[in-house]
Design a protein around this ligand. Structure first.
Ligand code: PMP
Length: 309
């Protein structure tokens, strides 16, 4: 069993499934020009169970991978169906029966700017969902980072490129150094942007408020799904608009959303407690409904799920 990648024994690289230790490229590769995706496959029937897996929102993630490639000028040598078949082969070889994280990575080959390597690693993860999961309610103290979110006139946050994650890493390291668990970014104008790897939702007076794409956020698959589908289904009003730092402090509830972060409740920001109840009632409703959706328990969203085995 490989120690790398959370124990995943196999991955897919440039056309074939191979052992993770065998998946080698030259140390001279221009990996800093790479893009990637973060995708999850959940056990169908219950996120805490073992069994058959289905990918949530594969198409939306592939749309973004292709957009990131276009922004960074990378040509994709495979179609999205071929990548899905590659993923299926790798999952079968790994014999996964628990929730997995999938992180397709694309970067130019050394000396061949127009040609790319594609790697699809996968590994198991522990979910925070649903709200009855003890890890969901863990206390999470956030700070507003002294680093601003990369702005789109320097490094486009809409492309999911590794380079943007140096910005996230600076903020995360600063937060830990200062004794916090995590950080929230402001954008270059001073409005709330997002977390270091997830989008931000503030709840005020029963309404969700979330910063717009122009606030230097990554165009999040989860955020879009929540705004367009999940909130309307639950009858939760949502406003997409600039959010000030003071409004964030004065939220009744706040949470992050994203593929990796799922629904992550925020306890405090800069030592100011967010709201009276933690996790808040809307945060819990959203988390519970999302858990149902990704486990295939909401009939109308079954076509958002792509069975792997
Ligand atoms: N913002 C950043 C910086 C992220 O890394 C992520 C995770 N991909 C998100 C937001 C959430 O995006 P998604 O819902 O597509 O996972």
């Amino acid at each position: 069993m490989s120690k790398a990648f959370g124990g995943a024994r196999f991955c897919w690289l440039d056309g074939r499934v191979m052992g993770t230790e065998e998946a080698l490229v030259s140390a001279m590769e221009p990996i800093y020009l790479g893009i990637f995706e973060g995708i999850k496959a959940y056990v169908q029937g219950g996120v805490g169970e073992e069994g058959k897996l289905a990918v949530f929102a594969w198409d939306a993630h592939m749309d973004r991978l292709w957009r990131s490639a276009a922004i960074d000028g990378l040509k994709m040598p495979y179609g999205r169906e071929e990548l899905f078949e590659a993923l299926k082969a790798s999952v079968a070889k790994n014999e996964f029966r628990k929730n997995i994280y999938i992180q397709p990575r694309v970067w130019p080959r050394a000396g061949e700017r127009d040609e790319v390597h594609i790697l699809i690693p996968t590994w198991p993860f522990d979910t925070l969902l649903p709200s009855s999961n003890p890890s969901f309610s863990k206390l999470r103290r956030f700070m507003v980072s002294s680093w601003r979110r990369v702005s789109s006139d320097a490094l486009p946050p809409q492309a999911k490129s590794w380079a943007n994650y140096a910005n996230s890493e600076l903020a995360s390291r600063e937060a830990r150094r200062c004794g916090y668990d995590a950080a929230v970014f402001l954008d270059s104008r001073g409005f709330v942007s997002e977390g270091t790897g997830a989008c931000l939702m503030s709840v005020r007076g029963g309404k969700v408020i979330t910063p717009p794409v122009t606030a230097s956020i990554l165009e999040s698959v989860t955020r879009n799904f929540f705004i367009e589908r999940l909130y309307p289904d639950l009858g939760i009003p949502c406003e997409v608009r600039d959010l000030s730092r003071a409004e964030l402090y004065a939220s009744d509830e706040a949470f992050l959303c994203g593929t990796g972060g799922e629904v992550t409740p925020i306890t405090s920001v800069d030592d100011i407690q967010v709201g009276k109840e933690y996790p808040g009632p809307i945060t819990k409703r959203v988390a519970d409904q999302y858990a149902e959706v990704v486990a295939g328990k909401v009939r109308k969203y079954r076509d958002w799920l792509y069975p792997l085995n």
